[in-house]
Design a binder for this molecule. Structure first.
Ligand code: PLP
Length: 399
């Protein structure tokens, strides 16, 4: 029997999908389930996006498109990133992919040789670990616990960069914690980055439209423009425009990197379909009221989540300021039992919570932080409060 390649053995099924699947099965069996598990936005793009897709369909050429992305899409993305604060970029600095996830894989292939080091903070988005494993890179994971609000400090970054990693991968706002770095925090990290010219910087900032409390979105290049020559900004239509299934991600970075990603595209995907491209152009260049309204809505939901969690004795939740996640420390429950079920760790906790109360959350170990769990609060408000009340009940019933 022939063997599968070793890299497949390094790829693990997503822990998020495992819990979401269990919740789905329980629901199908008639259980009343509230899901806080999957990080999908609960809204659809505006009608202008569908209109653009329909229009493109009516005269679709059916041909392969550009490996880099169509000029119309690149121009729309350039305007979009200019509004965020990125200046001086042209089409040759950009490239496309089938969602940010595929873009990140392309970047890993473009920047990392087998055995090279990539560093990133934990809690991290689960796929970072998998990307490192699949391309055979060494991951140096920098642990940032709840006491430091899950944020990387300049000292930690300095220590990690002193090892001369090939890539530093950064995510702001954060999935899974909802943390957002302030302008000052970004500037302090940018000072450290400036000291280490041999490290590529990848900023996966696909939640940049979902920043609360007037903090604003900040990037290292805003503080230190010279970092532009080795920084790659990753964006996507998934979260901002409620278009996760349309699968469009983009990068802005040095020409050499955009060219490498485009060459990989020519071998992996060829192009993004014309109809999808037209929809993405409409999303970037059309009215921005929906993302703005959603940002306000998620800030309101964040308040509900934070207030409910603050009333649960023993549970600690650093206040999220972006995206749509909260990441409470649940370790006070470890060593206790619920209805005879012993809870030793985050996986036991989430399994017992789902079994007893029908609330699905994702164990923090999936994100490199086994003391916590992730709550994704994109569900309707009518489910949010009862779901949080069930978590409180569960905690109160621990013995
Ligand atoms: N980066 C982060 C931090 C994410 O949370 C996700 C999706 O959950 C992605 C990238 C992937 O986004 P896309 O849907 O564009 O592939």
């Amino acid at each position: 029997m022939p063997q599968l390649a070793q890299r497949v053995g390094r790829a693990k099924p997503s822990a998020i999908m495992v819990i979401a699947e269990t919740a789905k099965q329980l629901k199908a069996a008639g259980r009343d389930i509230i899901s806080f598990s999957i990080g999908v936005p609960n809204f659809l793009p505006g009608e202008h996006v569908y209109a653009a897709a329909r229009e493109a369909l009516s005269h679709d050429s059916g041909q392969y498109g550009s490996n880099r992305g169509s000029d119309a899409l690149l121009d729309a993305f350039l305007k979009h990133i200019q509004a965020l604060g990125f200046t001086g970029y042209g089409r040759m600095n950009l490239s496309i992919g089938i969602g940010a996830k595929q873009v990140l894989y392309n970047l890993a292939e473009a920047l990392l040789n087998e055995g090279d080091e990539i560093c990133f903070a934990a809690p991290y988005w689960t796929t970072y670990r998998d990307i490192a494993d699949i391309v055979g890179a060494q991951a140096n994971v920098l642990h940032c616990g709840p006491s430091q609000h899950y944020k990387l400090t300049p000292e930690q970054l300095d220590g990690a960069l002193a090892r001369r990693p090939k890539v530093f991968l950064f995510n702001n706002p954060s999935n899974p914690t909802g943390m957002v770095y302030t302008r000052e925090e970004i500037a302090a990290l940018a000072e450290v980055l400036a000291k280490y010219p041999d490290t590529w910087i990848v900023t996966d900032d696909i939640y940049n439209s979902m920043v609360f409390d007037g903090l604003g979105y900040h990037n290292f290049v805003f503080a230190r423009p010279e970092l532009r020559e080795r920084l790659i900004f990753v964006d996507s239509v998934s979260k901002t425009y409620g278009m996760p299934g349309w699968r469009v991600g983009l990068i802005a970075g040095p020409e050499s990197v955009a060219k490498a990603v485009t060459t990989l595209n020519s071998n992996h995907i060829t192009s993004v379909p014309e109809v999808i491209t037209a929809a993405a152009v409409a999303a970037f260049s059309g009215p921005q009221e929906i993302p703005q309204a959603k940002c306000r809505e998620f800030a309101g939901k964040r308040d509900i989540v934070v207030a409910a969690l603050a009333n649960i004795p023993g549970l600690v939740c650093p206040r999220p300021q972006g995206a749509f996640y909260a990441f409470p420390d649940i370790s006070a429950a470890f060593g206790k039992s619920h209805n005879g079920a012993r809870i030793e760790n985050d996986v036991d906790f989430c399994a017992a919570l789902l079994g007893a109360k029908g609330v699905a959350c994702v164990p923090g170990s999936a994100f490199g932080e086994p003391r916590a769990m992730r709550i994704s609060y994109t569900c309707p408000t009518a489910q949010l409060e009862p779901g949080l009340a069930r978590i409180a009940e569960f905690f109160a019933e621990l013995s």
